[in-house]
Design a protein around this ligand. Sequence first.
Ligand code: ME8
Length: 633
Amino acid sequence: MLKKYYVTTPLYYGTGRPHLGSLYSTLLADVSTRWHKLKGYETFFLTGTDEHGQKIAESAAKAGKKPKEFVDVFVAEYKKTWKDYRIDYTKFIRTTDDEHKEAVIKLVNTLLEKGDVYKGVYEGWYCVPDETFVPGKHKKGDVGPACPSCNRETIYISETCYFFKLSAYQDKLLTFFKEHPDFIYPKERLNEVIAFVESGLKDLCISRSTVKWGIPFPGEDDQVIYVWADALTNYIAALGYGDEKRAQEFAKWWPADLHIMAKDIVRFHAVYWIAFLMAIGVKLPHHLLVHGWITIGGQKMSKSLGNAVDPQELLKYYDVDALRYYLVSHFSTSQDSTFSIDDLEKVITQDLANELGNLLNRVIVLARKHNVNKIAPREEWSSATVDLQKSYDVMMKSFNEYMQKYMFHMAYAEVKKYIAQVNAYVHAREPWLLADKDPEAFVETLAAVASSLYAVAHLLWPVMPLKMEELLQALGKKLILGEGTVENLAAWGQEIAFNETKSLFEKVEGRWQEAHLPEEVKTRIEEIDIADFAKVHMAVGTIKEAEVVEKSDKLLKLQVDCGEYGMRQILAGVKQWYKPEDLIGAQGIFVVNLKPRKLMGIDSQGMMLFVEGDKKLERIHPAGKASSGKRVR
Ligand code: ME8
């Protein structure tokens, strides 16, 4: 029997460039596709853009462009970012594609034929950014309700439209959810959907007569199909729904194994989409993965809030596979998670450079130093290695269970734990001492570490495809995809080589700040309270020692006597203007309650203040000599 796997992402609005949130959903789809490839499934991964409706029409008009012209620019940006992030999708669908439009018309015609649609008038509130009808008792002329999903202003609309009899599906939906308790991951989201349906479903407006940019509603010159009814259909349109010539393709891939999205649009997928499919008599998708939001400063990251992190910007400073690893391992698929550069640099430095990269390096350097360039297959293992093998089996069991439930962050936490166990095994075995003392135990240790790395590289391949292929090359191995791969990863006795290789990952702590030091000084002007100002403790400090930070163009490392605040090691980005000897013995003003941070891997426990001069940053200091530690107010 064909083992197939069909996964989709939302169709992102073509109103802006991709950001970390859209990247995250798309990356999860990529990881789950690659994971299934590894297990021998034939896969289909669909992504694309949502290009019709009021929101697009208004944004395009504001930009002075035609809607299609307007979205074309962003579609190109999406495609580029996905390529740069090694997103290996099968198909990119646009709702302006002909095959999509034909499928949407087919869907609406089928709903009409089944008698599930009637003509009426919608009078009420509408959220344009979310393209959604918002219930509310307010009347025309009132201030409307805020959108319950995005909290933005709604507008009043009154227009003729067609309604889909959603209310008639209330019981069928509830029965379906009851019979499929794992339809939505995580479970909490299913409970929310059930509560929403139980609270009573109203019929859904599926056309708009005051919007012109959309797919024409069959038989109506002045109405277009509501953008959500249009966009959701993409999941079947991409497989040729309604096209008899493509019936086989449709039967092969549909139903979807997984629709991925964040919680903002679960209702559209779990209620409207499922009801449409029930109505047209098409099978229902197996699962939804509804992940949380990436937040920044406590707010959802979004294009319209203007706090979006640009994935292209991150690529300037960090390796793409390392970024993928951070996103998958650090962000929970079940809850909101905060993005921060500090965390990103910590995760890359600790998990990848220190733990995984170092482990590979150590074993290769050690093996080659003792002229072990290859090890032959072996069957005998000592009890320490048997224990490690048992840890591997435990890890694999949990890993598989978490992957099954799409809890990627938990699955990869198991791999991380196992890598730490392999590192601990190396520490305990002390192979550098064994090489001469007990060559047999030395080779066994190398074999155990290399076999572990071989397995780990496959498990991490869905997240870090290129880096893990490099890791395998270093061991003289190739990635194996297909049936049985995962079960056979624990091939402990196989032949393995130790090829000379460069470090897989770099330590990146402080890299962002280092690159952005000048920007840090140009802070945005914003009024603050006196209480905010009082939070900043500034004091006089006397510089006792100063030296350059070798690999940095900007940094000097200072040892500063801050009186009652103690001796502080403080980094200052002034290397281009000051020699260490210019500063030794000098006084300055220091922020002494700044959270300690690392720049280029070096601790900094405060900040030295300077004035922007014409040619250089000028040191600020008391006019006469002041005692170290005296507060500046
Ligand atoms: O809703 N954190 O498009 P959209 C995590 N066109 N994920 C995020 C995110 C964040 N801060 N921000 C966005 C639409 N996303 C419709 C979809 S589907 C037929 C039509 C991701 O551009 C997440 O997947 O607003 C979210 O559901 C989606 O982008 C919304 O994308």
